[in-house]
Design a protein around this ligand. Sequence first.
Ligand code: SF4
Ligand code: SF4
Length: 128
Amino acid sequence: MKIRINFPTDILVNPIIAEIILETGALLNISQAQIDSIHGKIIADVPEDQFNAIKNALTSRGATVNVLDRPIIRDEDECVDCGACVSVCPVKVFSFGEDWSVNMDVEKCIQCGICLAMCPHGALVLGR
Ligand code: SF4
Ligand code: SF4
């Protein structure tokens, strides 16, 4: 399952990810990380059966954890396969098929919302 971890400024100096891997034994597959001097955000895949242990280990250190379980939804009646979404998605949810239709792999979606504004037909919404 995909999760988003946010770190507040005051704990950025600590090696939190290393600590929680050692504490829980869970392997995090980090797909995105944005860390600067004031904020940290990580997108990771974690084993579902270890989610609670990982969440507890993170929140006890001051991080917040959100499950990314509402991926993008496309209104097939509105989509015209223009491809505007293909180039903007940072995790390559969209791709052209052999017939130049636009395919989706929603399992990859990290709910960043970037594609919503790019779709000229308003065919995309985040899951509710
Ligand atoms: S919300 Fe973000 S990750 Fe999901 S399909 Fe759109 S651009 Fe890609
Ligand atoms: S940008 Fe919108 S209309 Fe164009 S391919 Fe993507 S979902 Fe379809």
